[in-house]
Design a protein around this ligand. Structure first.
Ligand SMILES: C=CC1=C(C)c2cc3[nH]c(cc4nc(cc5[nH]c(cc1n2)c(C)c5CCC(=O)O)C(CCC(=O)O)=C4C)c(C)c3C=C
Ligand SMILES: [Fe+2]
Length: 452
């Protein structure tokens, strides 16, 4: 185990004797609300730690941490350990911090060591703890803190951290093996093709690794990425990063459907945690390889041209999507979750759900029965030089084979979808998301790949 806390104290720096003695400084702010990092294992009122299991890092397992809200047991911790990584079918939180990283080192052992440290850190921060026991202010005055500190007083916030491996982790741009992983590179981890209309920015595309941190609180999500990147100083560097808000999907039937920045309910017809057979058919890799129990994550930064869309009539908008703006019901009638009737005709014997509408073209019926788990977020990143909003959807989809589960649908949408006129794809990434991390001593994300 490679906890930063176990690293020896750094040698005394020249002149360090001149540093002020701050051992008597006052304690900084304590818990503010909820189950805070400090309250959980300290003296905070209201928090109850029930010893129902120990993680390999020696702390109570996630489900053990509970608080009481209106007399009912409540936990805002999502278990880090399991057959699948959290952040896939676990209920989509409201906030996202997504980062794609370049791996700088050529040393496989250094990479494995980092992944091991990341898993140890994730097991802690997903419980609302600092990265190490020493935390952000308990270590040596002469060494950088072992946690950056910005989430110290905040609760776990249902934080999930999902790690993925890009194709470029396996082979470089000359197809040369990196880290001896080439023979294990899955065939499904393709270079995504150019799709009609793509205007991708290389600075917002690709990456050797990805970190998807989702939480109720943006500061908790950013803290996760910030600390994993900090721990990887000199081994990885951030290639691009995207913040998201207002989840545009629901991954559980217990969640309501949120709206995208065009004002439509988004995520109605999605794979949901409650349909294990569909998840096995469309989401989880089931091939006995190191990816068994994992999935593939497609990320697309899709700018939505608000200025044009906002001038479209309500009827025009609904015909483009194929659903009503109010309830999200299909134009063929019923409620939000009523199945669309694509055969139904409207005025002039034309299909009531237009042939170029988004839901018709994206529906499994049009795509050989293919389904995907969508887990995207809205984004708003200021304006361009003309004052137009740079805002849209950071689309995330997870599928068990992007060659059949994503590429054909994206090609169809890019060519025929009436919605495409209002969209610009500006960033892209495809990552193999390995299975979950077991609660065994020393287990780490991607272990099946490196030790299989
Ligand atoms: C390649 C896949 C998809 C991309 C890219 C995509 C972009 C995109 N979608 C919306 C808004 C909506 N999408 C909706 C449904 C829907 N979209 C996809 C796939 C992609 N969308 C699928 C598979 C589905 C489900 C189709 C079905 O089975 O009925 C909807 C309707 C509500 C819902 O079911 O979620 C909306 C609204 C935007 C704005 C967008 C790009 C910015
Ligand atoms: Fe869509």
């Amino acid at each position: 185990m490679n906890h930063r806390a176990e690293h020896p104290e750094p040698p005394e720096q020249p002149g360090s004797g001149d540093q002020p003695d701050r051992s008597d400084r006052p304690e900084r702010s304590g818990a503010k609300q909820g189950v805070s990092r400090r309250a959980l294992f300290g003296t905070g009122a209201g928090a109850v730690a029930v010893g129902a299991g120990l993680g390999w890092f020696g702390r109570p397992a996630a489900a053990a941490i509970q608080d009481t809200v209106n007399g009912e047991a409540h936990s805002d911790v999502v278990d880090y350990f399991g057959d699948h990584q959290a952040g896939i079918v676990t209920p989509a939180q409201d906030r996202l911090c997504f980062a794609a990283l370049n791996v700088l080192t050529e040393d496989r052992a250094e990479l494995v060591d980092l992944l091991t440290q990341w898993s140890a850190a994730c097991a802690r921060i997903t419980q609302g703890l600092d990265v190490t026991d020493t935390g952000f202010d308990g270590g040596s005055q002469y060494a950088p803190p072992q946690d950056t500190g910005e989430a110290h007083d905040l609760s776990a916030g249902h934080l999930t951290v999902t790690i993925g491996f890009g194709r470029s982790l396996f082979v470089d741009e000359h197809d040369k093996d990196r880290f001896g992983l080439r023979e294990h590179m899955p065939e499904a981890l393709i270079e995504l093709p150019h799709f009609p209309g793509d205007t991708l920015d290389p600075a917002r595309s690709g990456g050797d690794l990805c970190i998807q941190a989702c939480a109720d609180d943006p500061q908790v999500a950013v803290h996760a990425v910030h600390n994993l990147v900090r721990m990887g100083f000199g081994i990885v560097s951030t290639r691009w990063m995207q913040l998201g808000f207002g989840r545009t999907s629901s991954t559980s039937k217990t969640q309501n459907t949120a709206r995208n920045l065009f004002g439509f309910k988004d995520g109605t017809a999605n794979l949901k945690a409650e349909d294990p057979q569909l998840l096995d058919d469309h989401l989880w890799v089931r091939d006995g390889s190191w990816m068994d129990g994992g999935t593939y994550l497609v990320a697309r930064r899709i700018r939505m041209i608000m200025e044009t869309w906002d001038r479209e009539s309500l009827m025009g908008q609904e015909n483009i999507i194929g659903r009503t703006k109010g309830t999200g019901a299909p134009l063929s009638g019923g409620e939000e979750f009523t199945a669309p009737d694509f055969a139904m005709e409207g005025a002039g014997n034309q299909p009531i759900i237009p042939t170029d509408s988004h839901v018709r073209l994206a529906h499994p019926q049009t795509n050989n029965g293919v389904q995907m788990l969508r887990r995207g977020y809205n984004y708003a990143d200021g304006t361009d030089r003309l004052g137009n909003m740079d805002a849209g959807l950071f689309f995330i989809a997870m599928v068990n084979d992007p060659r059949t589960g994503y590429v054909p649908i994206q090609n169809t949408l890019a060519r025929q979808d009436a919605l495409s006129e209002y969209l610009r794809h500006t960033g892209s990434g495809l990552f193999a998301v390995p299975p979950g991390v077991s609660n065994e001593p020393g287990a780490y994300v991607g272990q099946q790949l490196f030790e299989g």
